[in-house]
Design a binder for this molecule. Structure first.
Ligand SMILES: Nc1ncnc2c1ncn2[C@@H]1O[C@H](COP(=O)(O)OP(=O)(O)OP(=O)(O)O)[C@@H](O)[C@H]1O
Ligand SMILES: Cc1ncc(CO)c(N)n1
Length: 270
């Protein structure tokens, strides 16, 4: 069987729990070949982000273009994009290369409260990247910033999903990880809703959950699943990864990526 290829366009997380590093671990665990385009380098650990360097747009463009020139890419995810120039170059390259199965995780602020997107670039992210996305995956604080509305219930998550859909993505997943009840995610495809329920795991070790979830969606799209199945399988994966999260460092530890656990759960069939 031909190897399925997944690409992450995101920032590097030096402690390996989020960003490019989480994405590549997820791609591997889910049976895809992972590649990366780095938009920014962060110095961060489990307690927070210490420093950020944005890549210049030429190297972002060249990373993307040289991959598309050589390799067939089955799906990709976009995570930390940092600024408006990087956003525009990514969109131009993806359009020119006719990228398919694009998952956009609108990363804005880290769990530790640091900006991963310049606040003035929020509109650019929504206007330029959402229309090329098959799926966008905002968490509750991101959905609140995008819609300029408070979200404290499932009904409000649905309302936000409808509003975000108007920006042009194929589907919207509003993630419920930041609410206090069960971690229910809501998928809206423009006509109906689907709900993905995960039992809330009582742990502080949730560094990189959003990155892992969006790259798991991309991996499953790469493997040929349609969006609802890809989201459902990604939800199973993130649940397992949080259940097996790792006590590392002094802050929020990372999720665990264990190919064997996944395979034993009967989800991996490739
Ligand atoms: N404690 C938890 N128990 C179970 N599922 C969780 C928990 N926290 C988050 N999730 C799930 O993890 C996935 C990622 O959601 P979350 O809202 O945490 O992303 P995020 O805030 O973007 O993550 P990050 O910014 O740290 O990468 C969602 O499916 C969400 O429902
Ligand atoms: C590089 C990077 N991307 C995304 C996140 C969000 O968790 C993070 N902490 N760091």
């Amino acid at each position: 069987m031909k190897t399925k290829v997944a690409l992450t366009i995101a920032g590097s997380d030096s402690c390996g729990g989020a960003g490019i590093q989480a994405d590549l671990k997820t791609f591997s665990a889910l049976g895809t070949y992972g590649m990366s385009v780095i938009t920014a380098v962060t110095a961060q650990n489990t307690t927070g982000v210490v420093d950020v360097r944005e890549m210049d747009v030429d190297i972002v463009r060249n990373q993307i273009d040289c991959l598309f020139a050589d390799i067939e890419i089955d799906a990709l995810k976009i995570g930390m994009v940092s600024n408006a120039e990087i956003i525009n170059v990514i969109a131009a390259c993806l359009r020119a290369n006719k990228a398919v199965n694009v998952v956009v995780d609108p990363v804005m602020v880290s769990k530790s409260g640091h900006y991963l997107l310049r606040p003035e670039a929020k509109e650019e992210l929504v206007k330029v990247l959402f229309p090329i996305a098959a799926v966008v995956t905002p968490n509750i604080p991101e959905a609140e910033l995008i819609t300029d509305d408070k979200i404290a219930s499932l009904e409000q998550m649905k309302k936000a999903a409808r509003k975000i859909y108007e920006f042009g993505p194929g589907c919207v997943v509003v993630k419920g990880g930041h609410l206090t009840e069960d971690a229910v995610d809501v998928l809206y495809d423009g006509s109906s809703f689907k709900y993905f329920k995960g039992t809330r795991v009582d742990t502080k070790n949730t560094h990189g959950t959003g990155c892992t979830f969006s790259s798991a969606i991309a991996a499953h799209l790469a493997r040929g699943y349609a969006v609802p199945e890809a989201v459902s399988l990604a939800k199973d994966y993130i649940n397992g990864a949080i259940l097996h999260s790792i006590e590392l460092g002094h802050g929020f530890g990372p999720t665990g990526h264990f190919y064997d656990l996944y395979r034993k759960a009967g989800i991996f069939n490739g």
